[in-house]
Design a protein around this ligand. Structure first.
Ligand code: AMP
Length: 210
């Protein structure tokens, strides 16, 4: 099954879609993660987009389409995949139709207060990559910003600050929100309540896939 997740920044797309992908045994393809790796590795694309991403702005449609085309042509995606963070524009959504058939689109819904709280609380371990959230049930065991497993200080994403969050929300409202209607018209959109504990949200997603 080919799935994709929509939702405002902070709706939980990354966390929830990664768990669902694991349960279904299909790859979780996060375009944000792919871009952060390009930046970390200082590839030509990474160097080109580093500043844009830190400011909360989008990478170009053509770069994103190429990334996704390449990734979903890999053998592990043959039995299905979950796209997280793509498409984000009408152009990307149109182009995706030429690359793959999407079976279900999950739109995660959370209220504005939850979105901001989650984005500001988001942390991860630079060593083992475990994800935490200091503002939700995903907080560290100690309550301190130290990884439970590696005992090292947690990192924060460069784009999780109040200024950049505002930009990301504005761009989401202008460019991405319209995709809800795009997929609704195609009859493949499933709206899922994104409030509450991750396990409960995952159960809700699994239910709409049955
Ligand atoms: P995410 O991890 O999904 O929040 O993505 C982090 C950032 O990567 C976004 O704020 C965008 O700047 C960029 N990005 C990720 N996916 C896309 C996409 N499909 N189109 C354009 N930019 C993207």
């Amino acid at each position: 099954m080919n799935l994709l997740f929509l939702g405002a920044p902070g709706a939980g797309k990354g966390t929830i879609s990664a768990i669902v992908a694991k349960k279904l045994g299909i790859p979780h393809i996060s375009t944000g993660e792919i871009l952060r790796n390009e930046i970390k590795e200082k590839t030509p694309l990474g160097l080109k987009i580093e500043e844009q991403i830190a400011e909360g702005k989008f990478a170009s449609d053509s770069d994103m389409i190429e990334i996704v085309r390449k990734r979903i042509s890999q053998s592990d995606a043959k039995q299905g995949f979950i796209l997280d963070g793509f498409p984000r524009t009408a152009v990307q959504a149109e182009e995706l139709q030429n690359i793959a058939k999407i079976d279900v689109v999950v739109n995660l819904i959370a209220d504005d207060e939850t979105l901001i709280k989650r984005l500001l609380g988001r942390r991860s371990c630079p060593k083992c990559k475990k994800e935490y959230n200091m503002a939700t049930s995903l907080i560290t065991k100690s309550g301190k910003e130290i990884c439970d497993i590696c005992n090292v200080p947690l990192s924060k994403r460069a784009d999780d600050n109040e200024q950049t969050i505002r930009t990301r929300q504005e761009i989401y409202n202008k460019e991405t929100k319209i995709l809800i209607d795009f997929y609704k018209k195609k009859g493949i959109l499933k709206e899922v309540d994104g409030e509450g504990y991750p396990e409960i949200i995952v159960d809700r997603v699994i239910k709409v896939l049955e």
